[in-house]
Design a protein around this ligand. Structure first.
Ligand SMILES: Nc1ncnc2c1ncn2[C@@H]1O[C@H](COP(=O)(O)OP(=O)(O)OP(=O)(O)O)[C@@H](O)[C@H]1O
Ligand SMILES: [Mg+2]
Length: 430
């Protein structure tokens, strides 16, 4: 074992951490303990390494340490303990959900996540494309490199019946998970964020922030120190973050692997039929999983029967449901985040039919100017309800277009708005 590993936790590191947990500045601690602010600074920086017993007692009292805390502080003031692990003895959260069963593909993305040096990396993509699955899977692989713990927070960017979590609430939860006592958690978001950064400054913690609504929600939750990493998932492109990774649907062979790993009675099914099946699911992992669930819950169905049922674009979305989970429900939540103009554009463009289109075509469908249509298309791109397969060309994912068209009809948007059309559409606002 190296000399570094057997030496004691630096007293300064323990003091700094404890002061952070107590939400005190150096000056406040100085005032409470009767020591000078200069002494506190020198202790924390390591310039003063071995404080006297009386000094340690004054600090412990001023920090309101319990017996265990006092022992740790006293131990750190003596030589001979583990310098490398001062904080692991505090709370080590292990909050990752179970790894995804039958995880398939995503080799390139995993290697980026394994090696990416950025402190924060955002994984974005359409509903059900596998952002959470990838982040959780990657986090399990990365976890051993983060001995001070792994935190997982659902930010509820898209949860039925639940508003997105506020940064203040999330910070409170994270601080508690990191061992900060309730009565030490400041009421204001800014102060919470400052304390959070202080607490994390000395630790190596991996953070998964799942389903972010937008960058503003995520910003205060990002750790500042170099020892921590954050994986963020969002249906929205979080361009404010240094590093983003956009997930596309699966390649056919991976989608087939996902289907055969999770469905029953597919042994012996011709590979062409399997490829067609996942094609009907738009290669979207959520849809493939739901198709597999359909087969599991209908023992008399085989692959060709399911294929037939998925054949009718008008009925396909109704098939891709299992209990409360469905492609429709997932997409409804994306549409919930649109403003009126964006929602109207989404619905009317969905009625336009398949294939891709230009900004000019969209402008004509929407009865608006090309620059305005371009801005609306960009907003839909930002939240992955639209794709841009080539510069200036736009299209929907098949299931998204079916969802838009369905919703348009269900909410009374006139069929007469389908392409081509000549006069501005007077569809009602959803
Ligand atoms: N690579 C994969 N291997 C195995 N299963 C996967 C994979 N990707 C996604 N899935 C499964 O597909 C379903 C949808 O994936 P997931 O929930 O990760 O999507 P998401 O992009 O996070 O969706 P949302 O935008 O709704 O949060 C889940 O059941 C998940 O387990
Ligand atoms: Mg998710």
């Amino acid at each position: 074992m190296s000399a570094e590993a057997v030496r004691g936790p630096a007293f300064g590191a323990v003091l700094r951490n404890r002061r952070g947990l107590a939400a005190l500045t150096q000056e406040q601690l100085a005032e409470r303990s009767g020591l000078s602010a200069r002494t506190i600074r020198r202790l924390e920086s390591g310039a003063l390494e071995r404080p006297r017993g009386a000094t340690v007692r004054l600090l412990a009292e001023a920090l309101g340490l319990d017996d265990k805390g006092q022992m740790l502080l006293a131990a750190a003031s003596r030589e001979g303990r583990h310098r490398s692990e001062p904080l692991r003895r505090l709370v080590v959260p292990r909050q990752l959900p179970a790894d995804v069963a039958a995880f398939v593909g995503r080799a390139d993305e995993l290697s980026i996540l394994d090696t990416e040096p950025a402190t924060a990396i955002a994984i974005d993509g359409m509903a059900g494309v596998g952002k959470t699955a990838l982040a959780v899977h990657a986090a399990h692989r990365l976890a051993p490199g983060f001995p001070d713990g792994q935190l997982f927070v659902d930010l509820h960017g898209h949860t039925h019946g639940t508003a997105p979590a506020t940064p203040g609430d999330v910070l409170g939860r994270l601080l508690r998970a990191l061992g900060v006592r309730n009565d030490r958690i400041p009421p204001h978001t800014d102060a919470r964020a400052a304390l959070y950064r202080t607490v994390l400054a000395e630790r190596r913690v991996l953070l998964v922030l799942d389903d972010a609504a937008d960058a503003a929600q995520v910003e205060p939750l990002l750790p500042g120190g170099p020892g921590c990493r954050a994986l963020i998932t969002s249906r929205r492109r979080l361009v404010a973050l240094d590093r983003t990774l956009t997930l596309d649907v699966l390649p056919v062979e991976d989608a087939v692997a996902l289907l055969t790993h999770t469905a029953e009675r597919l042994a012996g099914t011709p590979s062409r039929t399997l490829a067609e099946l996942v094609g009907r699911c738009g290669l979207l992992p959520l849809a493939v999983r739901l198709a597999a669930a359909r087969l599991r819950s209908h023992p008399t169905w085989d692959a060709s029967h399911l294929l037939e049922r998925l054949d009718d674009p008008g009925e396909r979305l109704a098939e891709l449901e299992a209990g409360p989970r469905s492609v429709t429900a997932a997409l409804d939540l994306s549409v919930r985040g649109l403003d009126d103009d964006q929602r109207r554009a989404y619905l009317l463009l969905g009625l336009h039919g398949g294939g891709d289109f230009t900004v000019a075509a969209a402008a004509s469908i929407l009865g608006t100017s090309p620059p305005r249509a371009g801005r609306l298309l960009d907003r839909l791109l930002d939240v992955h309800l639209m794709q841009e397969p080539a510069p200036g060309r736009y299209r929907f994912h098949d299931l998204v277009r079916e969802h838009a068209a369905h919703t348009a009809v269900a909410t009374g948007y006139p069929r007469s708005c389908t392409w081509p059309r000549t006069r501005p559409c007077t569809a009602p606002r959803a």
